[in-house]
Design a protein around this ligand. Structure first.
Ligand code: ADP
Ligand code: DAR
Length: 392
């Protein structure tokens, strides 16, 4: 049994005693427990967002009518409020989405705002739709995207998993973080063969080592303002950490945005090999942990953009000719449901002409289809790059 740093036992169940306006989900029960502070912060935040030039999906879909309908609601078990869901989008008008689920029930209690945002982001997953059963396919379905290593620097495939009976970040107590970390670290301790390795709690990591791992794109960033405003950085770095196998091509993030992120990555474009390695890790951990899966939404995650398959398959890729015309690149990416991001992922810029390009959709299709959509899109981008190079 792996022993991890001792955690202060939370006084009682602080998740139910916390002041919603400051520390996370507040008093419970529809209406009667949504405090005056929360309502005042909601009204001020809503008016400020409405007056802003925000392009977030929250602004696009949170009409005054829906806002008034939801502002006094709270989830039955953890009493999460609308403020707990949208504080990030109210504080960060440059959000792309702007909403998170503090606990799984929020997807139902606040369905009037989650459903239109989910339908928009996942390109048509309606509130009457049901996410399909898992169908992972196999790595052999995805031969190397760039066998001559002309364009792709590296390939990464990740999925997220939540552990049953635990809420998401904003509702976790410090004790919950410790309990979750122990459960996950002990499951990681059972991994063998190419997956065997070591878990590193963030609390034991010095800043220079941490920054090096972030710069190498292994470790998650710290101080993400979107996650902080969503109540996902409380008690940091308690309960957070990263697992590496010996070859450092299989990683697991513990308690960053989701309880678990299972990641496979390596240099080059061999998507099939990277995908197979991730699948093996998911299967091995699934023998020791019970993952939360909703019958309609698929695998449950903190952010609605990650629901369903939770899979992001991405390449770090150099497309020097397509890069000359950003609009052209974006038009192609949109056609293939690809997301173009900077070199350090979320809300970052491309460095040295390297973009992080991945599948955008994760819901309403199987794991195989999500990875196939990325595979076909990247091939199309490489074809377009070659055409642009030959005509230049
Ligand atoms: P996620 O995509 O899992 O939500 P982020 O977008 O925050 O996570 O990215 C996490 C880290 O993974 C970032 O440093 C990002 O640069 C890195 N990353 C994403 N795709 C690749 C890739 N194909 N090769 C190397 N690093 C990658
Ligand atoms: N930064 C938030 C979340 C967008 C989706 N990315 C996640 N979940 N990592 C935004 O609304 O822009």
């Amino acid at each position: 049994m792996l022993r991890l740093p001792h955690y202060r036992i939370a006084a009682g169940c602080c998740r139910r005693l916390s002041n919603a306006a400051k520390n996370g989900p507040g008093g419970g029960g529809a209406g009667k427990n949504v405090s005056g502070d929360v309502l005042a912060e909601l009204e001020a935040g809503y008016n400020s967002l409405a007056a802003s030039d925000s392009k977030s999906l929250l602004k696009k879909h949170l009409s005054k009518d829906i806002f008034n309908r939801l502002k006094k609601s709270s989830t039955p078990s953890f009493h999460s409020t609308l403020l707990d869901c949208i504080r990030s989008g109210l504080c960060n008008h440059d959000s792309g989405v702007g909403i998170y689920a503090p606990d799984a029930e929020a997807y139902k209690t606040f369905a009037d705002i989650f459903d239109p945002i989910i339908e928009d982001y996942h390109k048509g997953f309606r509130k009457t739709d049901k996410h399909p059963e898992s169908c992972f396919g196999h790595g052999k379905d995805f031969p190397n995207l760039d066998p001559e290593n002309k364009f792709i620097v590296s390939t990464r495939v990740r999925c997220g998993r939540s552990v049953q009976n635990f809420p998401f970040n904003p509702c976790l107590t410090e004790y919950d973080y410790g309990e979750l970390e122990c459960m996950i670290a002990n499951a990681l301790g059972t991994l063998s063969g190419e997956y065997s390795g070591a878990y590193m709690p963030l609390i034991n990591m010095d800043k220079s080592q941490q920054q090096k791992l972030i710069d190498e794109h292994f470790l998650f960033k710290e101080g993400d303002r979107f996650l902080e405003a969503a109540g996902a950085s409380r008690f940091w770095p308690a309960g957070r950490g990263i697992y590496f196998n010996k070859a450092r091509n299989f990683l697991v993030w513990v308690n960053e945005e989701d309880h678990i992120r299972i990641i496979s990555m390596e240099k080059g474009g061999d998507l099939g090999k990277v995908y197979d390695r991730m699948l093996g890790g998911v299967e091995a951990l699934g023998k020791h942990l019970h993952f939360s899966r909703d019958d309609r939404l698929g695998f449950l995650t903190f952010c609605p953009t990650n629901l369903g398959t939770t899979i992001r398959a991405s390449v770090h890729i150099k497309l020097p000719n397509l890069n000359k015309n950003k609009d052209e690149l974006q038009k192609l990416a949109t056609k293939y449901n690809l997301q173009v991001r900077g070199t350090s992922g979320e809300h970052s810029e491309a460095k040295g002409g390297v973009h992080d390009i991945s599948n955008k959709r994760r819901m309403g299709l199987t794991e195989y289809e999500a990875v196939k959509e990325m595979y076909d899109g990247i091939r199309a981008l490489i074809d377009a790059e070659c055409k642009a190079a030959s005509s230049s």
